[in-house]
Design a protein around this ligand. Structure first.
Ligand SMILES: NC(=O)c1ccc[n+]([C@@H]2O[C@H](COP(=O)([O-])OP(=O)(O)OC[C@H]3O[C@@H](n4cnc5c(N)ncnc54)[C@H](OP(=O)(O)O)[C@@H]3O)[C@@H](O)[C@H]2O)c1
Length: 254
């Protein structure tokens, strides 16, 4: 797999930390030579990732945008278009619970933020990137779903879980639409990854409960997810279309 992706350009959303940052580093190791790195608010993190991939000889541009709003999504698309850079690999990774809220306290504003960030941004960024891939007759899109799409999510995460179910379903529909154009669309579905996401939204006690229920006996890591994203970008995955690969230490097998 070494340098298999030499000369390719990747657009990664949510590349300032966590799975997105690990994916940038991993794809750089496989030869990706140009990165469009989106981030939300953690500029320092995005700059660190850009510095790391540049140190390996790649070029990196930063694209800031708050994807909880339609304006933010439009801004990201405008920045992408302004760069006039053909994208070979689109990794739709940015996502968040925004905050945990159960039915009674769930506001319309939160509902819109969660859907904008986790679904609308995926759909419309893909709409912006796909025409270039279609023109060139090749491209890979990897979306980041979640185990929540399969099990309804943890406490106060129902709408997020439903949003991720949309991501998995969009993955199938787009795979059918774009496969004839030479584009592969797949998704990864992490279980519980030990990173900033759960530092923000979960207690250590919640995580210990997950570990106790996980056959592999550990939480996932950013790198384990990034390695699967890398595989989906490579020739080895050439006949894989429309799949959502579960990465969860055996937590969910149905
Ligand atoms: N961690 C898990 O256990 C887990 C499990 C299943 C699925 N996932 C999914 O994996 C993906 C990556 O998450 P992660 O685990 O790597 O979490 P993370 O470390 O918190 O990173 C989330 C990334 O998404 C970006 N993001 C969050 N809110 C945003 C907003 N309002 N506007 C723009 N960007 C925003 C963040 O950017 P800034 O920090 O720069 O704002 C960051 O780069 C997400 O789609 C998440 O839903 C995570």
């Amino acid at each position: 797999m070494d340098q298999e992706l030499a000369g390719r350009t990747a657009l990664i959303t949510g590349a300032s930390r966590g799975i997105g940052a690990a994916t940038a580093r991993t794809l750089a190791g496989a030869g990706v030579s140009r990165f469009l790195l989106h981030y939300g608010s953690y500029r320092e993190g995005a700059e660190g990732v850009a510095a790391a991939v540049r140190a390996g000889g790649a070029r990196a541009d930063l694209l800031p945008a708050d994807l909880t709003t339609s304006d933010g999504i439009r801004s990201l698309i405008a920045q992408f278009r302004a760069l006039e850079t053909p994208v070979d690999l689109l990794i739709n990774n940015a996502g968040s619970l925004v905050r945990r809220a159960r039915l009674a306290e769930y506001t319309e504003e939160l509902y819109e933020q969660v859907l904008n960030l986790n679904v609308k941004s995926v759909w419309f960024l893909t709409q912006a990137v796909a025409p270039g891939m279609i023109e060139r007759g090749s491209g890979v899109i990897v979306n980041v779903s979640s185990i929540a799409a399969r099990n309804g999510g943890g406490p106060g995460a129902t709408v997020y879980a439903a949003a991720k179910a949309m991501v998995s379903t969009i993955t199938k529909g787009l795979a059918k639409e774009l496969a004839p154009k030479g584009i592969r669309v797949n998704a990864v579905s992490p279980g519980t990854v030990d990173n900033h996401f759960h530092e923000t939204f979960s207690t250590r006690q919640m995580l210990e409960t997950v570990i106790a229920q996980t056959p592999a006996g550990t939480l996932g890591t950013n790198e384990e997810v990034a390695d699967t994203i890398l595989f989906l970008c490579t020739h080895g995955a050439r006949y894989i279309h429309g799949q959502t690969i579960e990465i969860n230490g055996g937590m969910f097998m149905v």
